[in-house]
Design a protein around this ligand. Sequence first.
Ligand SMILES: [Zn+2]
Length: 237
Amino acid sequence: MARSKVSKKLMRRSRFRRRITFLAILFVVIALLTVVIFRHRISPTFVKDRPVAVIDAGHGAFTSLGVIDVGTSHYGLNEADIVLDIALRTQKHLESRGWVAVTTRDGDWTPFNLAQRSTFAGALKADVFISLHLNSHTSRRAHGLIVFYWRPEDKSLAELLQKRLSERLSLRDRGTNTAPFSVLVWSPVPAVLIELGFLSNRREAMRLSNPQFREKAAIAIAEVLCEWYSKTQRQRK
Ligand SMILES: [Zn+2]
């Protein structure tokens, strides 16, 4: 009788210990899960220490026909290839100037559709989004540079790029323009679309096919973005 009382007591104790252990483990698991889930909310406010740019090399997505969109093509040159090269060079020059620069593609193909390219810039809290393209016209004589913007507050950035790039690259200044391009309309951050010359114009196509010109264009874009960014920072102070 006494033995069974002792064994019952021991059983109750071990059950009690098991419950305590179970509750302790449960508490630790809940605490860890809380930290994992809410870590980004309880961390101090996120401070960016470097400006961020998203450079969109135009085209490169699959068309409804299931082929990759290469943009306009003239003289054996594809717009998509040329703007990709300029985008990657611009990325390098921005990074060397202290920026975080991200491109929407680093090869022929991108998974981003047009709207996703600029919303991606929003997700990255980018300071600027630039989309690179080349123009085309039925008249092969048409030539020069156009920078497009959509939101009125992006006009000054477009005008600065238009002025500096046309001067530095000796491209005809066709003036800035507004157009409801998807990449501009959907962008939650300052956004411009640069038509860096006409691929349909023989002279400009030959220039764009030259890596030295593309390098010069990339350096010019990076430097104008630096100029614009430091100006916007000064205005905020
Ligand atoms: Zn294009």
